[in-house]
Design a protein around this ligand. Structure first.
Ligand code: CDT
Length: 315
């Protein structure tokens, strides 16, 4: 018995500030067509995959901020991607900036969706861990204003049952900074997730602690490999990479097995597809054994994780 699905990690190279969504969607479609020729059933794009990483700039007016957001999905510029997905029978994960009209007003989220091979949205995630700062900070080489432009996601970490490549599976999503937090992977793991998709934009320069710049690649793989192994799930991490508006972004898009092993990785920092055949049944090797949650977890001793935000140090 196996449930093998072929998945593509569709890394994007830089998106210039002036590049139109139409042009970016054409790049996404190109990668989707390549994925089809390589037998993929599902393709994973990065975080904020339709535009440049706009939180690196301070925009004083709401109109300038809202320019980077989507009010509908699919919308006029993204419909072509959904149409192509349907034509090619290819599911996908896509990150984008979302303006949502909700019962209590208008909200801004850093969002990802899972779309079926029929072109239907079957899952949505809104980024929970927002890095960066709220106000303009002139000492930085570039801004990272996610805390200003986005609200904390209000969906938690939902898991979705979906069909990919003819197989039923349980899927989850996260976005960029989320991948560094063990809570992200564990909450997905506790819902039986077998594969999670994580798009990211990671500057190589970390302004607060620049002596860690050379560790960006290590700090990318370390928590995703641990998250995959400790929860017995596949993880597909996908970058927007390369020199984007003078900011170097990490590549290293990869597919990680439930054993924690990297089974495919991009080798450039441009538009590139890395693919792997992923057997969802391999999750059992971990989920039924070393990390058999029902048998081995002792949640009565983990209460602090959910009950405190900051550390509670001993007196
Ligand atoms: N997009 C995103 O979340 N990027 C962060 C950058 C580091 S914190 C300023 C990341 O965790 O990769």
């Amino acid at each position: 018995m196996s449930r093998k699905i072929i998945v593509g990690a569709a890394q994007l190279g830089p998106i210039a500030r002036e590049e139109t969504r139409r042009s970016v969607v054409a790049r996404l479609v190109e990668l989707m067509r390549e994925a089809k020729t390589r037998g993929c059933h599902f393709i994973v794009y990065p975080e904020l995959a339709l535009t440049t990483f706009f939180p690196r700039w301070y925009f004083p007016t709401p109109a300038e901020v809202d320019f980077w957001f989507e009010r509908e999905m699919p919308g006029p510029e993204t419909q072509a991607l959904f149409d192509e997905a349907k034509r090619l029978e290819m599911g996908f994960y896509l990150g984008y900036a979302e303006i949502a009209e909700e019962s209590d007003g208008t909200h801004h989220y850093n969002t990802a969706i899972m779309v079926s091979a029929k072109g239907d949205i079957v899952g949505k995630y809104r980024k929970v861990h927002l890095p960066g700062h709220r106000e303009y900070e002139p000492w930085r080489a570039f801004q990272h204003l996610e805390k200003r432009y986005f609200e904390c996601g209000n969906l938690g970490f939902p898991a979705y049952r979906a069909q990919v490549g003819g197989h039923n599976g349980i899927f989850g999503m996260a976005l960029c900074n989320d991948r560094r937090w063990p809570e992200t992977h564990r909450v997905l793991g506790l819902q039986g997730v077998e594969m999670s998709f994580i798009g990211y934009n990671t500057p190589i320069h970390y302004p607060q602690v620049p002596e860690h710049d050379h560790l960006q690649a290590f700090h990318n793989l370390l928590p995703m490999q641990a998250g995959a192994y400790q929860n017995g799930m596949w993880i597909v991490g996908v970058a927007k990479a390369g020199k984007e508006e003078n900011c170097d972004l990490l590549g290293q898009s990869c597919i990680i097995a439930p054993t924690g092993e990297v089974v495919a990785m991009c080798s450039t920092i441009g538009d590139e597809l890395a693919t792997a055949s992923c057997d969802l049944d391999r999750c059992k090797e971990i989920k039924d054994n070393v990390f058999n949650f029902a048998l081995h977890r002792e949640p009565q001793y983990y209460r602090l994780i959910a009950e405190t935000k900051g550390a509670v140090v001993p007196r």
